[in-house]
Design a protein around this ligand. Structure first.
Ligand SMILES: CC(C)(COP(=O)(O)OP(=O)(O)OC[C@H]1O[C@@H](n2cnc3c(N)ncnc32)[C@H](O)[C@@H]1OP(=O)(O)O)[C@@H](O)C(=O)NCCC(=O)NCCS
Length: 167
């Protein structure tokens, strides 16, 4: 598995893996209509925008030339989170690519990018019902606060994990 910085041409591959991971992760949590309606073209445009200069820092995991996941990070988006200048915006692997150490590699690259940019300590938001909360606890995250988020017209709780030592 190769883990490398993303380039603009990765937008389609990231979008495809992202949608597949959302559908596998959030079925039964996020409304089916939202998951089934995720549009590769629209997601690709979103990623092309995010990969542009001065936006997020993105890392991809690639196996045999196929992108199977990504991590994205950058400046904190929530003004209420003062004292936490950085944020990991997303971390997703396809089901088949999970459980082999790649998530930890992507995470470590994102954390290092934030540290180098002076954006540590940082947070990550995760839906409270997502079993991945355990991954963030395993990586040394501390539960900070909860808030509601609306996805597909349904309000769901999400929780912030803080990484004070930059891990
Ligand atoms: C979360 C995710 C990125 C983790 O990546 P991964 O490649 O499966 O995890 P790794 O194999 O790198 O695991 C690293 C360590 O975390 C542990 N771990 C991974 N997932 C875990 C979980 N759900 N609960 C507890 N521990 C977990 C592993 O046991 C491993 O432990 P070790 O350091 O003792 O070896 C991946 O499972 C994923 O994409 N999940 C679905 C999408 C998602 O929920 N993303 C987060 C949205 S906020």
């Amino acid at each position: 598995m190769v883990v490398r910085p993303a380039v603009l041409g990765d937008a389609a591959g990231i979008a495809q893996a992202h949608i597949a991971s959302w559908r596998a992760t959030y079925r039964g949590i996020v409304p089916d209509a939202f998951l089934d309606g995720m549009d590769p073209e629209r997601q690709q445009a979103r990623w092309r925008n995010l990969l542009g200069p001065g936006r997020a820092t993105v890392w991809v995991a690639e196996r045999s030339g196929v992108i199977v996941g990504h991590a994205s990070c950058g400046p904190q988006r929530d003004q209420a989170m003062s004292g936490w200048p950085g944020e990991v915006y997303s971390l997703y692997l396809t089901k088949a690519a999970q459980g082999a150490g790649t998530g930890a590699r992507l995470w470590n690259h994102a954390a290092e990018s934030l540290r180098r940019a002076g954006l540590a300590p940082f947070v990550v938001w995760v839906l409270t019902q997502n079993p991945t909360v355990r991954f963030y606890e395993h990586m040394g995250g501390r539960r900070l606060m909860e808030r509601p988020v609306v996805i597909g017209g349904v309000e769901l709780p999400e929780v912030a994990y803080g990484f004070a030592d930059g891990r």
